[in-house]
Structures are given as structure tokens and as C-alpha cells.
Write a protein that binds this ligand. Structure first.
Ligand code: MRU
Length: 353
């Protein structure tokens, strides 16, 4: 099994479609689903068959290819094809609002469309090749993030994580869990505490699954328990992923992350974000500008299809929160660990690429 999870590709362009692991089925089933149309991709992103910011980004890139293949059957003139394809790409970018990797990857595909000198078939081919390139780069980037992150993991550390920023949130290896993987490769005495992550329980359903499959000692806790274990001195550091990072370092991640960061600050525990540069949105100055997805109330009122509360109770369900930059010890990226002042270090990181 360890071999399996380390080698897995959560999403991959194969046989002219996008093959992805259906993440709604965990932990009961491990099943691939083939996405064959642009609208099917929109729905897969919205319903979280594919989830996790970097994986959603690749889904966006594949979705543009699928739309292009559909439009190619309409016998359009090249210019009409390009206009319609860009409209479809913009529509696909609205499938989820917070994870910026989606918009980033779609923008990369739109650059290809606009800069290409090829005919329609040639454009489609270039889009496919670019999607595959982004897939391969994702794994390489995550390994670099993992290796930089491992340098700040103390020997024998217990690492707390929230949600799932693992192989299954990316093409492979993971961001926050990439740090765990690289650290574990050097020191098999480290362990992980995984927050359950209500409402969709990505921590319980996905993080515990992929870490235990890799043989990394993991303890599941519910979200409210983190400060209890921090006070007991049982957590040495926190590493989480990110869905969008503003130019000043404010970071949107799964709802509950902000609470963990406050608790870590109070207990003097280092709190790291692990994310690729594609998660940094330099067009926004601060986290105040990040759109937070409001998700279905059923996610809160039901567990496994069963109502768990008064049927008519009021519910609010924001999918993400924003951790202010002053609570973040460092942002682990593929070009190194960025430190405060983030306005400066983020700017410098982009100059390096
Ligand atoms: O709603 P999801 O499951 O797509 O959200 C994912 C997260 O918020 C994760 O915490 C993650 O850190 C970002 S993806 C590596």
C-alpha cells in the first residue's frame, strides 16, 4: 500500500480524458472516474470529486482541453473557436471561487490559446501538452516544498495538520503532507496529529487514509481538541496547505485553520503554510479580498446522509477562513521558505522564477 499512495496520480490526462480519483468516496472506496466533457469537469470540481487547490488547478487545465475538443466538432472558424473557448474557460473558472490555482491554470491555458499560431487541431494539441506539463511540474514542485519544509521539522516532532493537503489534494506527494513525507524519509520518529476537519471531514476521511497507507504514524483528533494537545506540549509544529495567499501573506485555507493558527500563536508553536507559488495571488493586497466559498448547508446538518441536528435550525457554512500573516511563521514554497515581511519575501520569490 505504501508504494501505492506514493506513486498515485490523483488526476492525469489519459486516453483523451481526465482520469481522477473520486474523493467523495473516501474512505470506503478507491475509484477512478473519467471526465470526458467540459461540463462534467465543471460539475466534478463543484461537487468535489476532485478537490484540493493544486488538483483543482490541473482539473481546470484539463477542462479547457475538453471544451476545446467539443468545440472542434462544431466546424467553427478559428477566431470563433478561440472566442468560444475563452468563454468556456471563464465559465469553468467559476466552478469554485476560493482556490486560486483553478484560475491560475485556466489563465495558463488561455495564454496558450491566445499566443498559438496553429490551427484548431494544433491548439488542442498544445493545450493537452501544457496540461501534462503542469501535471508533471506539480509533483516536482511538491517534492521541493517537502524538502525545504523538512529542514524546519524538529527531530521526533509531532506535526499537526488541518484538512488534506496531501497527495490526494495535488497530482501527487502533497504540499503540507509533502513536508511530512520528506521529514519522515529522514526521521521515522516523527508523527502526525490530523484534525478531523468538519464539515466535510477531509482530515479524517483523506489525510488519515493517505498517511497510514504510507506507514506514517497518525492520530486523528476532532477540530476542537488542538489547543488541548498544544497546552499539554504534545504538538511541536503546525503545517497546513493553502487555497489562496494574498500578496501580504494572509492565507485562505480550509475553515478552522485560523483557529488552529491562533492556538499555535498562544502556545508559541511554529505555524507553517506549505504551498506552491501558483497559490499566491499577487493581484490582491490582503486576505480581505479573498472570496470565501459558501457551501451547502447539508454539509453541516448531515453526516453520511443522516440529519444530526434540529431540522429547522439556522446554518452558515463558509468553506474557508483567512489566517492573518502575523500568525504565520513561514510559507514553504518550491523556491524556499518565505518569512515575514511577506510583502517583501513574496515579491522576491516571484523575481526568482
Ligand atoms: O475544499 P477543499 O477540500 O478543496 O479544500 C482544500 C483545503 O482547504 C486544504 O486544506 C488544502 O490545504 C488546500 S489544497 C493543498
Amino acid at each position: 500500500m505504501a508504494e501505492f499512495i506514493s506513486k498515485i496520480r490523483t488526476i492525469q490526462w489519459v486516453d483523451n480524458c481526465s482520469r481522477m480519483v473520486d474523493q467523495t468516496l473516501f474512505p470506503y472506496e478507491f475509484k477512478y472516474v473519467d471526465i470526458k466533457s467540459g461540463q462534467q469537469m465543471f460539475d466534478a470540481i463543484r461537487t468535489m470529486i476532485v478537490r484540493g487547490a493544486p488538483a483543482i488547478g490541473i482539473a481546470g487545465a484539463h477542462g479547457v482541453v475538453l471544451y476545446a475538443m467539443e468545440l472542434a466538432k462544431e466546424n467553427l472558424l478559428r477566431d470563433e473557436f478561440i472566442t468560444k473557448l475563452c468563454e468556456k474557460a471563464d465559465y469553468l473558472a467559476t466552478s469554485r471561487p476560493t482556490a486560486v490555482n483553478l484560475m491560475w491554470a485556466i489563465a495558463k491555458q488561455k495564454e496558450i490559446i491566445k499566443n498559438s499560431n496553429s490551427d484548431i487541431d494544433g491548439i488542442i494539441d498544445e493545450l493537452k501538452q501544457n496540461g501534462i506539463k503542469l501535471e508533471n511540474e506539480d509533483i516536482e514542485i511538491n517534492k521541493k516544498i517537502g524538502d525545504y519544509g523538512a529542514t524546519v521539522v524538529p527531530k521526533g516532532a509531532t506535526i499537526l495538520t488541518h484538512c488534506n493537503a496531501g497527495a490526494l489534494a495535488t497530482v501527487g506527494y502533497g504540499t503540507a503532507l509533502g513536508v511530512v513525507r520528506s521529514a519522515f524519509a529522514n526521521d521515522n520518529s516523527i508523527q502526525v496529529f490530523a484534525d478531523e476537519t468538519r464539515p466535510r471531514q477531509q482530515g479524517a476521511r483523506i489525510t488519515t487514509l493517505e498517511l497510514t497507507m504510507d506507514g506514517i504514524p497518525t492520530t486523528l483528533i476532532t477540530d476542537g481538541m488542538c489547543s488541548y494537545f498544544m497546552k499539554k506540549g504534545m504538538i511541536d509544529m503546525v503545517v497546513v496547505g493553502a487555497d489562496r495567499i494574498a500578496a501580504n501573506g494572509d492565507t485562505a485555507n480550509k475553515i478552522g485553520t485560523y483557529t488552529v493558527a491562533i492556538a499555535a500563536k498562544y502556545h508559541n508553536i511554529p505555524f507553517y503554510i506549505a504551498a506552491p507559488l501558483s497559490t499566491i495571488d499577487t493581484t490582491i493586497k490582503s486576505g480581505d479580498e479573498i472570496v470565501i466559498e459558501e457551501r451547502s448547508h447539508d454539509e453541516v446538518t448531515h453526516i453520511n446522509g443522516k440529519l444530526i441536528c434540529a431540522p429547522d435550525v439556522n446554518v452558515i457554512n463558509p468553506g474557508f477562513d483567512v489566517t492573518p500573516n502575523e500568525l504565520i511563521t513561514g510559507i514553504i514554497t518550491e523556491v524556499g521558505i518565505l518569512k515575514p515581511d511577506y510583502n517583501q519575501s513574496i515579491k522576491k520569490a516571484f523575481e526568482l522564477c
